[in-house]
Design a binder for this molecule. Structure first.
Ligand SMILES: Cc1ncc(COP(=O)(O)O)c(C=O)c1O
Length: 472
């Protein structure tokens, strides 16, 4: 296939030059009416913010430019079918689960999954069988899911409809997708990989193999996270005899807007061309810059990279400081104009991509060196508190949907089951799932997180303290 082509982008440019009169939505009419101040910066994009007119095709029934663009993407990412997503990976995850699970169906889900996976299970009314979450005590990072445990769960729940895991994790830990796919297929169920953070995999020999090329049935990638694509643009890839692509399409139609953004879809087309035509060369450059940055970082005694000795994404870097919590370090860096991906009590997460510039790496290195040298502020910090989500049975979501809820202060929630996901954000992995029992150590950890500057979605401030919804 000709990967120099960008069918959707070409169609948009052609449409722009051919148009003489615009009598359709959106109301800014290709930028003819817009807030003056905003127009100065948005003017170049508005002429492409179009709708399903002329030869611009239709995401929900593609026959032309979008179909061709998706076929090129499938070829580039090793899939049989690829669907462009304008609602992020979230939309692809919801549609995948809904296409496979009926109410009360069981689904084997890694407990580390992003909230969107649990939202999908809730919408489907499925029952989650969790694959436990294990933390490496030395680094605090989550370890890959055990393939033995996953197989054991498939044996215990032969009626389960699918297995779903995240690979790589937010912090770059890669699962053994090949082994897991072989196991899932032995039990005749599809393996769905939330590859939100791994859209760059497979584009360089020194990066891990992508989920599609490791036997996964469905992979959903946030192209906007690790590729040069715009926020909310993602792709869903399918290569499977066990998945009904028609059903996935049906749910995508229901979940995604009937007016999908053309700039977002075009950005997927352009990101595919970029990666396919110059991705490897640019990644070589980035990987070399990042390698040398890591080498220099090792020489700063109060800074440590957190890693585990297995397959990890080299474009993710978790840093712990001897003096500062992750929140404090992120705040200091922000004061100097350096924005990192996320911070928690322990660490900050730095994300690299083909867009990372040498000058930025030098500035971060210099800033971290200066911080180390600044003995006046240097202090010894207390060891961060770490808590992995607990193992435990989760109420079937079909039951959660009908149970009565009460609104109570967190401090009084011990022993009840949560009626909401409690999600430290980022990274967006629920600490407590809807339907899970609330243990005292979770309450203590939540209060500690909030006191140290963390944010937890699902908690509500009320009468000067934090409250949540729980089941009676
Ligand atoms: C592991 C994981 N999966 C899924 C998502 C959702 O992706 P999106 O923001 O593209 O909807 C995220 C977002 O941060 C994520 O971290």
């Amino acid at each position: 296939m000709d990967h120099n082509r960008v069918p959707l982008w070409e169609a948009l440019k052609k449409h722009k030059s051919f148009t003489k009169a615009n009598f359709h939505v959106p109301g800014h009419k290709a930028g003819q009416a817009y807030d003056q101040d905003g127009y100065r910066d948005f003017s170049s994009i508005l002429p492409f913010d179009l709708t399903e007119v002329g030869d611009l095709d239709d995401l929900h029934a593609p026959v032309g430019a979008i179909k061709e663009a998706q076929e090129l993407a499938a070829d580039a990412f090793g899939a049989v079918h690829t669907r462009f997503l304008v609602g992020g990976t979230t939309a692809g995850i919801l549609a995948s689960i809904l296409s496979i699970c009926q109410p009360n169906d069981k689904i084997i889900v890694a407990r580390h999954c992003h909230q969107s996976v649990f939202h999908g299970c809730f919408l489907a009314g499925a029952t989650v069988i969790p694959i436990p979450y294990t933390i490496d005590p030395a680094s605090g990072l989550e370890l890959p899911a055990s393939s033995k445990v996953t197989e054991q769960l498939l044996k215990e729940h032969p009626e389960a409809k699918a297995v779903i895991l995240t690979s790589p994790t937010y912090f770059g830990v890669v699962q053994q997708v090949r082994t897991l796919s072989e196991i899932a297929h032995r039990y005749q169920v599809p393996l769905i990989i939330d590859e939100a953070h791994g859209a760059h995999f497979g584009f360089h020999p020194n990066l891990p193999t992508s989920a599609m090329c490791s036997g996964a049935d469905i992979s959903i990638q946030s192209s906007h996270k690790m590729l040069p694509a715009m926020t909310m643009s993602s792709m869903l890839h399918i290569n499977s005899r066990l998945v009904d692509t028609g059903q996935v399409d049906l749910y995508l139609k229901m979940i995604q807007s009937s007016s999908p953004s053309y700039p977002l879809m075009a950005s997927l087309d352009l990101a595919r061309r970029y990666m396919r035509t110059k991705g490897e060369k640019q990644l070589s450059l980035t990987l070399e810059r990042v390698r040398s940055f890591r080498e220099k970082l090792e020489k700063i005694p109060s800074i440590q990279e957190l890693k585990i000795s297995i397959n990890m994404d080299p474009l993710k870097l978790s840093i712990e400081s001897e003096y500062y919590t992750g929140y404090e370090l992120a705040e200091i860096l922000e004061g100097k104009g350096i924005y990192t991906e996320l911070a928690d009590e322990q660490k900050i997460l730095v994300v690299f991509s083909v867009g990372t510039k040498q000058v930025e790496l030098d500035y971060l290195h210099q800033t971290l060196t200066d911080l180390h040298m600044d003995k006046q502020v240097a202090k010894s910090k207390t060891k961060p508190m770490l808590l992995a989500p607990r193992e435990g049975e989760i109420l079937p979501y079909a039951e959660c949907r009908t149970r009565e809820r009460c609104f109570i202060p967190v401090k009084q929630a011990f022993g009840k089951r949560s009626a909401t996901h409690l999600v430290p954000y980022p990274p967006g992995i629920p600490l407590l799932l809807m339907g899970e029992r609330i243990h005292q150590e979770v309450i203590d950890y939540l209060l500690f997180l909030l006191a140290s500057g963390g944010k937890v979605r699902g908690l509500i401030e009320h009468q000067g303290e934090y409250w949540l919804y729980a089941y009676h």
